[in-house]
Design a protein around this ligand. Structure first.
Ligand SMILES: [Zn+2]
Ligand SMILES: [Zn+2]
Length: 218
């Protein structure tokens, strides 16, 4: 008994001495590639190693090459259309100014009379905003901010639409699939469990549903 007591005392002393040492740094988390039969390490933040990821991207591009080509063509065509429309709007404004149909205004910021006209929408080229050189940059920045805000709003709306679609589709899954996706969605950062109402839970759920769908598992 005495020996046992002494033993415990020594161990506590040893622990106390360890308290003065810096805590050990956490072990680096090694994750392996999720591809079947692959033994390499996953990319940071990714599920697969860089080789398997690149191969998956190649396969996806190959499978979607027709859509991608159409999208590229449409984008190029609409860029050309935009440029043409802007040129035409500027030409119309210049003509209207020469004919006196439109008068130059004053700078919207400072009231200066040495101004240039900014056309926001080529289809409504008569709605010109007049700015001096000094305030042109400020006006362009305001427009860029407004455009960025619209893009962010559109992205948000697209996410909500996708979320609604995915959640509806998940409800129609067979019970086993439904449970599997919900179990994956509950995995929070650093081993925490998320509750079904948490925003991150819903994001996870939609993400794992999409990933399973893209892999053809559903
Ligand atoms: Zn791999
Ligand atoms: Zn000005």
């Amino acid at each position: 008994m005495r020996r046992g007591g002494k033993h415990i005392f020594v161990r506590i002393r040893a622990l106390d001495e360890l308290d003065d040492l810096p805590p050990p740094s956490p072990l680096p988390l090694i994750r392996f590639c999720g591809a079947r039969g692959c033994k390499r390490r996953a990319r940071p933040g990714g599920r697969h190693c860089s080789g398997c990821h690149a191969a998956a991207v190649r396969r996806w591009r190959e499978a979607h090459r027709h859509e991608l080509a159409v999208r590229r063509r449409d984008a190029a065509a609409s860029r050309d259309d935009d440029a043409r429309a802007r040129d035409s709007a500027r030409a119309k404004l210049a003509m209207a100014l020469r004919r006196g149909a439109i008068q130059r205004g004053r700078c919207v910021d400072c009231g200066a009379t040495d101004v240039i006209g900014l056309i926001a929408d080529p289809a409504r080229w008569r709605e010109v905003v007049w700015v001096c050189r000094e305030h042109r940059q400020a006006e362009l920045e305001r427009r860029r901010d407004a455009t960025a805000q619209r893009a962010a709003d559109a992205k948000q709306a697209a996410w909500y639409a996708e979320r609604t679609r995915a959640l509806a589709a998940i409800e129609l899954l067979p019970p086993a699939e439904w449970a599997r996706l919900h179990a994956l969605a509950a995995r929070g950062p650093a081993g925490t469990q998320l509750s079904p109402g948490a925003p991150l839970y819903v994001m996870n759920l939609v993400r794992v549903y999409k990933a399973s769908f893209d892999r053809g598992e559903l």
